[in-house]
Design a protein. Structure first.
Length: 443
């Protein structure tokens, strides 16, 4: 990651003055109306400086539409604020954001993926501590315990949760009906394998699962074996070569036995919703965060959720629970106060909650979540997903375990196992060696 560039904050000094010009007559101390000049008392609106903010995000079309509508609602109430929206898909967003932050061209506000916090907000110190904006943000609306557990690092509130997220197994009800799979809320890895084998025996073109990745499979699977973090705080791998080999071997078994779609097919479609097999009902389930359900449902509305697989003997659940895309405020923002006011309205105001609904999973403010549920404005499946994840959450992932370079390195080895280029033992030994080398260079 590029070295952070420290920038001085731009401070705008507003000086309101009035000069009183008075004159004295020869016969009296009183001044006439013509002799007295009084400065006009500014109205509240006139006193406000016109500002332009940039707000960037990634996501689905539903999310884009909701955030654009929210921006329109806010600027209608605050005409002195103009908000430029910058939105895209997830692919390449991190690289673009890091480049912008280093070059001083980043937007005022942007959500962060939870695993970017350590590099951007903590080590890079490129975002503002939201506690600095306590006068402009309704922090009392948030669950302080949740903030402390997930988005406070070294006493710094690095992000405001845009929702509460949790990892679950999302599955297609028609697929389960077709292949006679019992809809159960409890899964483990053995049951995943047994069920997937039966599906593939019935239809060689059908698979219980599509592609798995490091965040949604490898790290949680290993955490269940170790009970600890992927990377320890002392910058050493939190697992042995044998434990990592076990995870790779299970992954290979899923591919060999037709439980998992071959990588030659699935790797062509990074987004599961773009995979023709999913669109045609040939894939049954996916491990994902609650916030992804709306996108899944756009292609298959009959989706339900079950718990993420956890073996009975697991040392930790490994179930990911985190704030959905913590909203960060750029330290180089020229208008941090106005940006904070908009962020506060977006995440705590009931009107904003009714606009955003569940595009960032369940709203972070309980009163708003209850409001939406009562009005039927939030998908009951999303609510169920978060509740399932919160029944057995894993420990919060530490900062270094979310390091992007380390994650990409692990993803490369997972891919090599998937394509048959490396056997599980060789992959485990190779990844540990590469991780140790890379960890020496991480500050």
């Amino acid at each position: 990651m590029p070295k952070p560039i420290k920038q001085m904050r731009l401070i705008t000094l507003l000086a309101l003055g009035a000069s009183l010009i008075s004159g004295c007559s020869n016969s009296s101390d009183k001044t006439t109306a013509q002799e007295q000049t009084a400065a006009p008392v500014p109205t509240e609106q006139a006193a406000r400086e016109d500002v332009t903010l940039r707000f960037a995000w990634w996501g689905s079309e539903n999310r884009h539409k909701a955030l654009l509508a929210a921006i329109d609602a806010y600027t209608a109430k605050n005409p002195h604020v103009q908000i430029e929206a910058e939105y895209s898909g997830f692919d390449g967003y991190y690289e673009k954001l890091v480049t912008q932050l280093a070059g001083g061209t980043a937007p005022d506000l942007t959500p962060l993926s939870f695993d970017w916090i350590d590099e951007i907000a903590v080590k890079g110190d490129l975002t503002i501590d939201w506690y600095e904006q306590k006068d402009n943000v309704n922090l009392d609306a948030f669950d302080s315990g949740f903030l402390e557990k997930y988005t406070v690092v070294n006493g710094k509130l690095v992000g405001l949760p845009m929702g509460i997220n949790g990892m679950v197994t999302a599955y297609s009800k028609p697929f389960f009906d077709k292949y006679g799979i019992e809809e159960s809320s409890d899964w483990d890895w053995e049951k995943i394998h047994e069920t997937g084998v039966k599906v593939h025996e019935q239809d060689p073109e059908a698979y219980l699962l599509a592609q798995l990745d490091v965040r949604g499979f490898l790290q949680p699977y290993v955490a269940q074996l170790t009970g600890g973090q992927w990377i320890n705080e002392d910058k050493t791998p939190g697992f042995t070569a044998g434990q990592l080999e076990q995870a790779f071997a299970y992954y290979k078994q899923l591919l060999d036995d037709g439980v998992l779609q071959p990588l030659a097919q699935s790797s062509l479609y990074p987004e599961i919703t773009e995979n023709p097999a999913w669109q045609q009902g040939k894939i049954g389930a996916v491990f994902g965060l609650a916030s992804t359900l709306s996108k899944l449902k756009s292609f298959n509305p009959d989706i339900d959720v079950a718990s993420y697989p956890v073996p009975a003997d697991a040392k930790a659940s490994g179930v990911v629970v985190n704030p959905s895309n913590p909203l960060a405020l750029n330290r180089a923002s020229k208008h941090p106060g106005e940006a904070a006011k908009f962020a506060s309205w977006l995440l705590t105001d009931p009107e904003a909650a009714e606009i955003l609904m569940d595009v960032y999973s369940v709203p972070p403010v309980k009163a708003n979540a209850d409001l939406l549920a009562g009005k039927g404005l939030i998908d009951s499946t999303v609510v169920k997903a978060v509740e399932l994840a919160l029944t057995n959450p894993g420990d919060p992932v530490n900062g270094i375990s979310g390091n992007q370079e380390l994650s990409k390195l692990a993803e490369d080895y997972l891919q090599q196992v998937g394509f048959g280029q490396l056997e599980p033992r060789a992959a485990a030994e190779g990844l540990i060696t590469r991780l140790n080398d890379k960890l020496k260079d991480i500050e």
